[in-house]
Design a protein around this ligand. Structure first.
Ligand SMILES: Nc1ncnc2c1ncn2[C@@H]1O[C@H](COP(=O)(O)OP(=O)(O)OP(=O)(O)O)[C@@H](O)[C@H]1O
Length: 253
């Protein structure tokens, strides 16, 4: 199917954001198609987190529009916006699990807060389904402090998925993990897309993560996407020296 015929789940146009004289986003256009994983690459401080925060409503853009699942966020009431945001699952860089709650309680908390009228049986079924999906059914009664970094990330993903999001945002999913665990998390991101039919934005500096998880790359430079496309296309045909050097520094020979 031609790219243009595919359904867009996120459409950003002309997004700008400055902090005083720091012009972080200078005109971002971004398309996320249904069922794809789009990787956003950019060096430290390039504005990747600012972009995601605008998308989930933690920051407000100065200019530009965002459509999520066909709805322009500017025209929505707070109630409509909150409803829409439930369809966007945000998997934080540091997993953000509640340390005083068991794994199960961590998963149940967002579910009961956002979905009313579920029976105990339905809740248990959902928790079991998600822990199975992330490969950690045995961790149900463990405390976050008993989990490894990779396991915490998996539980974080399960907790995000429990609300059935249509769009997943992964912020530096492999940061701070050893290479073997990175591979496992990368595989999980691909698996989630296939199993739960999600579309995702993956923010990373890690080119192995990018190559494994991403259908397309989008490289953020000077506050805009300068190179967008499949991994090999973006890096082998790179005209911009900074896109080339981003690749070279990641794979130092
Ligand atoms: N709330 C804020 N107030 C002022 N400046 C901010 C704020 N948030 C981000 N910035 C600035 O915006 C720029 C981009 O930051 P951002 O966190 O988006 O970078 P990043 O690409 O995610 O970097 P990293 O890869 O290191 O996480 C930085 O110069 C940062 O100092």
């Amino acid at each position: 199917m031609l790219k243009e015929e595919r359904e867009l789940v996120v459409k950003m146009r002309g997004l700008k954001k400055s902090f005083d004289e720091n012009h972080v986003l200078t005109g971002v256009d971004l398309d996320l198609y249904k069922g794809e994983n789009l990787v956003v690459l950019g060096k430290s401080g390039s504005g990747k987190s600012v972009l995601i925060k605008i998308m989930v409503g933690l920051l407000q853009q100065d200019e530009g529009t965002i459509e999520i699942l066909g709805k322009n966020t500017a025209g929505l009431s707070l109630k409509e916006l909150n409803k829409l945001r439930l369809k966007v699952g945000f998997s934080f860089q540091h997993s953000a699990l509640y340390d005083s709650m068991t794994v199960k309680e961590n998963l149940v908390f967002p579910l009961t807060r956002n979905v009313k009228g579920l029976t105990r049986k339905e809740i248990d079924k959902k928790v079991d389904e998600l822990l199975d999906a992330v490969g950690l059914p045995q961790s149900v009664n463990q405390m976050p402090s008993e989990l490894s970094g990779g396991q915490k990330k998996r539980i974080g993903v399960a907790r995000t998925l429990i609300l059935n999001p249509e769009i997943m945002l992964y912020d530096e999913p492999t940061a701070g993990l050893d290479p073997i665990t990175c591979v496992e998390i990368n595989n999980l991101i691909v698996q989630v897309k296939e199993q739960f039919n999600t579309s995702s934005i993956v923010i990373t500096h890690d080119l192995t993560c990018a190559k494994t998880t991403g259908d397309r790359m989008a490289v953020l430079l000077d506050g805009q996407f300068k190179a967008v496309g499949p991994f090999d296309e973006v890096f082998t045909n790179a005209i911009d020296q900074r896109v080339k050097s981003f690749y070279d520094y990641n794979f130092i020979k």
